[in-house]
Ligand binder design. Sequence first.
Ligand SMILES: [Zn+2]
Length: 422
Amino acid sequence: MALYRKYRSATFAEVIGQEHVTEPLRAALAAGRINHAYLFSGPRGCGKTSSARILARSLNCAQGPTPDPCGVCDSCVELAPNGPGSIDVIEIDAASHGGVDDARDLRERAFFAPVRDRYKVYIIDEAHMVTAQGFNALLKLVEEPPDFLVFVFATTEPDKVLTTIRSRTHHYPFRLIPPQTLRAHLEQICAAEGIAVEPAVLPLVVRAGGGSARDSLSILDQLLAGAGPEGVTYARAVALLGVTDSALLDEMVDALAAGDHAAVYATVDRVVDAGHDPRRFASDLLDRFRDLLVLDAVPDAADRGLVSAPGDQVNRMTDQAMRLGPATVTRFAEIVHTALLEMRGSTAPRLVLELLCARMQLPDAATDSAALLQRLERLERRVTLGVAAAAAGTAPAGADPVPPEPNAPAGRTAAKAPAEKA
Ligand SMILES: [Zn+2]
């Protein structure tokens, strides 16, 4: 069974990352303040439909309405995740049943009292797909519902729900799930499934899932399905997800920090040789620059969940942020961002990638203030390094106070120096 179905929440307490919605709902249920229409809005795969089912389960539990459905009465069993469903809880997919005839049909049936339970609950999924005539046919019913009737409209686009309907609802906006919450959730599931997953894998899954629990679990599902006896390895996850191996990003950032032009283009070569899409690489590089900027501004960003990566990776990135400096990283990020837009329609994305590398490395050729700041930052860093080296007694007296760039061949640095002084 798919992980998303297997680990679907059965109570509001189990819905992850939506406490701002589930807690007031639980409080309302505990106090018996039941509305006749609810609007659950938010991005796909973050728990709207699951929560609508949980609300129905909480309303119709034999012990209810209760924030904690008993789990053993007929209604609870039927409405459990993967249960058969209840005759008094009707789910309608408005994408296929949003027309005016469907709405009229619903209107007629809605006046019949529930067969067994307290409430008759209509869950209208993809509610933005209900047509204007469809909503108008429902309007009277939502305005003056029989006591036993409850509507839950679930939608990604609340603005498309007819205003007169929307104003009758209690609106609960769901949000994308924060990365650290999602990661903890995935860790629990991996442990429950008893499959070893390398620590660097889950941040990849979280990033690829884009804050949606459903998407993240589908990705994890695929990785677990293809896991060998050693579990899910980083190498396999990188290959399957088509993301850039962080080692390639490290190479690129290290080469840029060292001003090693040959290494920069060699990395581009390896990206293309390995069959990576240059666009994907540029996009992942932009993500990396974002992480570097956050690490520069917030040293404990990893502990705060602002940067999601395993510990050794965080150490490497902190070091990279220090070597580059924030003005330089900001300029790099702007260049990559612009290049990504150019790549969208480009038939030669590799060329655009190489040109963006050239632009990053040649602040001397640009006259904008970002480029000037990068040059200034480079000078500052060299002076600091030079002073530190002199204090340590490693620089011989009378030597050039500018130390050679790390990793750069000595000959090339010497050849470049006169041009920089000019
Ligand atoms: Zn129950």
